[in-house]
Design a protein around this ligand. Structure first.
Ligand code: TXA
Ligand code: MG
Length: 333
């Protein structure tokens, strides 16, 4: 275990709670969770801010830490479909989807089983709950250790950029978490796809690495992409979300002198003063994995506007453009 001193006022303080994923630290993390404390951990999508999903007090402290409106429901994380079955009912189509995409960056909204131990705060009073079986080794090990469902939104302040590094979490939430587990990178880099089976069609509540077409191929059913305003319970779907402090200007093919550029591919305005490239070779997968960390980096430089090169609107580009358009929305919180 390293860096557990709690000096204040210097850089050490920011990283003090970042711990390597050792067996001793998994035990400690589970102990903290049992005590109702918050633990942050990497997943294949983004860092989560986790609490015991069966403990009202603990779940309430997630909302307080994130300054999140309490009507926004959370995702519960479980190690397997068998464990999930203790808490939710699967229809045939949802079962097919779970078999195809779990473990992985995919969340299903399902009907809660009556009388579950889940805190009602998790689903903000709804009869449904969002469930995900993640694949990142650190969250998996934590789930195996802890044995209860972990409720976890992304570990950022509500409406702000999602975290893909432990330092991002420390910056926003160091005083709120008991521990931040370090680990291998968040490979997918953007939040999980969220889907809900509604009779003979499937609602895509949030685009992500599992695409609309992937879902259609597995189920043979029509997938209806979410439209703004349809579902007030999905904060990731508010127009302004994932927002840096800087302004964000999309589809930039030229760059103004005071702007920083978030480029994609090899063709971009070469006169930009500050450039970060989502993927010099033009890979959408690489771009998704780099999206939030590069936005964090440019935002930290304090430039007024981040210009973003056009991102192809197909495949993973749909999810990347979804996050970027929310980052660019005017009505910042
Ligand atoms: O990749 C992810 O999903 C990450 C990692 C940590 O697992 N988590 C994440 O959680 O993005 P969060 O809280 O930032 O986003 C959860 C989304 C919200 O848009 C919420 O409204 C939606 O899931 N959601 C949760 N329960 C729901 C429900 N019962 N019905 C509809 N939407 C729901
Ligand atoms: Mg979030």
């Amino acid at each position: 275990m390293t860096q557990i001193t709690m000096d204040t006022g210097d850089k050490k303080h920011d990283t003090a709670k970042i711990m390597p994923p050792t067996l001793a630290n998994f035990h400690l993390a589970s102990k903290y969770l049992l005590q109702g404390k918050l633990v942050s951990f990497p997943t294949e999508t983004v860092y989560g801010l986790g609490a015991d999903a069966t403990n009202d007090q603990a779940v309430a402290s997630i909302f307080a830490a994130k300054k999140r409106p309490s009507f926004n429901p959370l995702i519960i994380h479980l190690p397997s479909i068998e464990e999930a079955e203790k808490y939710v009912d699967f229809d045939i189509t949802s079962r097919k989807l779970a078999a195809a995409f779990w473990p992985g960056p995919f969340t299903l909204v399902l009907n809660k089983k009556p009388g579950t131990l889940l805190s009602p705060l998790v689903s903000a009073g709804l009869d449904t709950v969002a469930v995900r079986v993640p694949e990142h080794p650190v969250v998996r090990e934590l789930l195996e250790n802890f044995k209860y469902p972990i409720a976890a939104p992304s570990a950022n302040l509500s409406g702000k950029l999602s975290p893909t590094r432990p330092e991002h979490v420390a910056r926003d939430l160091k005083d709120e978490v008991a521990m931040i587990l370090d680990g291998p990178p968040c490979r997918n880099g953007i939040e999980s796809t969220i889907a809900q089976v509604m009779g003979s069609e499937i609602r895509l509540l949030r685009p992500g690495s599992v695409s609309q077409r992937d879902i259609e191929e597995v189920t043979g059913l029509r997938v209806v992409p979410f439209e703004d305003g349809q579902n007030p319970t999905a904060p990731g779907q508010l127009k302004s979300h994932y927002a840096p402090r800087s302004n964000v200007r999309l589809n930039a093919t030229t760059v103004y002198p005071d702007e920083a550029l978030l480029a994609f591919g090899s063709l971009y305005p070469k006169d930009a003063r500050i450039v970060r490239n989502l993927s010099p070779k033009g890979s959408l997968h690489e771009a998704a994995a780099n999206l939030f960390s590069l936005l964090h980096e440019l935002d930290d430089l304090g430039c007024e506007t981040i210009a973003v090169s056009p991102i192809p609107p197909h495949g993973l580009g749909v999810a990347i453009n979804d996050r970027l358009s929310r980052a660019a929305a005017d009505n910042k919180e």
